[in-house]
Design a protein around this ligand. Sequence first.
Ligand code: 16G
Ligand code: MG
Length: 558
Amino acid sequence: MTMNEEQHSLLLNSSSRFIPPQGVKLSYGTAGFRADASLLPSTVFRVGILAALRSLKTRSVTGLMITASHNQVSDNGVKVADPNGGMLSQHWEPFADALANAPSPQHLILLINEFVEKEGISMDGAGTLEVLLGRDTRPSGDALLQAAKQGVTSIVGAVATDLGILTTPQLHWMVRARNKGMKASEQDYFEQLSSSFRCLVDLIPTEKSKFNGVNDKVVVDGANGVGGVKLKDLGKLLNALAIEVRNSSEDGGVLNDGVGADYVQKEKVVPHGFGSKDAGIRCASLDGDADRLVYFIVPPESSGRIDLVDGDKILSLFALFIREQLSFLNEKEDINQARLGVVQTAYANGASTNYLKQLGLEVNFTPTGVKYLHEKAAEFDIGIYFEANGHGTVLFSESFVGGLEARTNKIASGSKGSEREKAALRLLAVSKLINQAVGDALSGLLLVEVILQHMGWSIHRWNDLYHDLPSRQLKVKVADRTAVVTTNAETVVVSPPGLQEAINEETARYPQGRCFVRPSGTEDVVRVYAEASTQETADTLANSVARLVDQFLGSNSS
Ligand code: 16G
Ligand code: MG
């Protein structure tokens, strides 16, 4: 089933215009290819081919996003959105790696022929064959998007639809919507988010409708990326919420430079544009492509430090709200015991896990990376997943949403239903508000905001749900990070032998000590995470374990 003459010459022609840089090996990694933008044209071109083949295989629309998220502005990256709006199917990742690294057009064509045969893809150009393309605000984005277009259209019959500048979650949302036959434009995205937000506001219990927040405005750091601009557009559709956007990329700041969710979460300091004048008010930070969200508080006399309200706390807030709605629903066991599950990674603060368990929730752990958390969360009727870094969402199963729809259809709109009916309406609105394809800072922000209004809570009240254990993260440069192999959602090292025993021995010396190491999926380092009862002991534990990692794998070891 090899390709015909037309296809062969089309690929040969186009790929000879995109020769890969010498001596660079790229890997699809945790979430797509990332590198200095100057190295990427051939990779992006080839990912265009990949996305078109994925569309051909699934007979559905796929997506291709050009972004390097929270990385510096000179970097860029590319990833594929699968037909369901999620990440590229993991069993295609090795093919993505092979494609990106094929040294010549001839090798590339050979690889495609082999793969197409193995996957039983017929290259007949029939049926849906469309790839939606999006990019963030990076200056290299436009040229790379053109390369992606050429890659897509190197497959006979494939159409590349350029959607211009989007957040990553918007593109994923659109791919999902298209394949479900739903309205899928950016305007549709804004309308769905704003109307479900309004619906949730209308369902706020009257006794709580007077918001007790210290300040009824949320101030958002847009990382000088795409998120701030989009949030301004979305904000125009919301009456019940005042959003002030700073670092929106329109005021000349540099993308991810001293701003954004990654910076705020890792450094725990105020981003550029924020300071003591913001003491006590509700602040939030997006990352460069708006798929991460964290909140923070500038304490009085902060000297630059912040109180971080991270992904774990967002998860806890969502879990609390959803659990409350489910308890109303289940009162008469009408919708039978919906299965609610939460998913975290080892980076979740131990205090958050304890809190969630105390609520009686089932807490699951997966390795780092959205694709793993998402997959696990999809096993539940309602699955809430978050990484501490602010990446997460709430997934609703189709059958559960079907049940809610059947129940809420009976309720005349505008009528004052029972608590149970309102709970069903609220859950349905949440399922429409929060992005079902992937973690989305904009929809996450709206859900946080409306839940705070619903509860009548300030950010301080929310932040007081539990107190984080002090923690420390370090990175260690080693000769070969792939020598570290882990199991149990990255909490246990199985190789090199002896390292885990040494970590256990060290950790046991610290009250409330917890520590793990793992190879990064995005950087050439081994990461160390430590938690303990005080900041000082967390720091000491992290440093001691970093030394152990160095002893076992140090740059000088063979
Ligand atoms: C990527 C992942 C993020 C993960 C991070 C870990 C996606 C969309 N993004 O940014 O979820 O937390 O990698 O990086 O999956 P690390 O492996 O370098 O620690
Ligand atoms: Mg991101």
